[in-house]
Write a new protein. Structure first.
Length: 167
């Protein structure tokens, strides 16, 4: 069972290692495999509860789709929005902290949403209410304070991906 839990982690660590090394030389491939296996075996019981979910190729495909969406659409839009605010003579900001309801089951999904919000310019996750399933988010330009409207504007797309990947 531990080997099954270690496999998705080993694959993930290997892919990240190769991506960050920027090389597919024999040395880097062997090193990536060894590091992936060691990290996978050491952390498998801490990180993976259900290896069937972690090995599901549909979830991996959704992860790739999410990464492409996040880095090439969500991030670009947010950067352009913040740049416009910065270079505008009136500097149109209306900052505030809003409550955003979150409807996901796992802590991994919640973490993905919170990190996606924080890493997107113009928003920062500042607190989590685990009991009522809310994120509190600092927003550079508050467009609405009603929880469902804030969810639509800030987290709904991230939540849809998080559910497909982790729930």
């Amino acid at each position: 069972m531990r080997i099954l839990k270690a496999l998705p982690l080993a694959i993930l660590v290997f892919v990240v290692y190769i991506a960050f090394s920027g090389s597919i030389s024999t040395y880097d491939i062997i090193t990536g495999v060894v590091v992936g296996i060691v990290v996978g075996l050491i952390t498998a019981n801490l990180v993976i509860a259900n290896p069937g979910k972690a090995l599901n190729p549909i979830r991996w495909a959704w992860t790739i789709v999410y990464a492409l969406y996040y880095f090439f659409i969500a991030e670009v839009r947010a950067h352009i929005d913040v740049i416009r605010r910065i270079v505008s003579p009136s500097m149109p900001i209306k900052p505030g902290i809003v409550r955003v309801p979150i409807d996901v089951k796992t802590d991994y999904a919640l973490t993905l949403i919170a990190n996606s919000i924080t890493n997107t310019p113009g928003t920062v996750s500042v607190d989590v209410d685990d009991q009522r399933r809310y994120l509190y988010v600092h927003w550079i330009y508050v467009r609405a304070i009603e929880p469902e409207k804030t969810r639509e504007n800030i987290s709904l797309t991230f939540e849809k991906f998080a559910k497909k990947i982790f729930d």
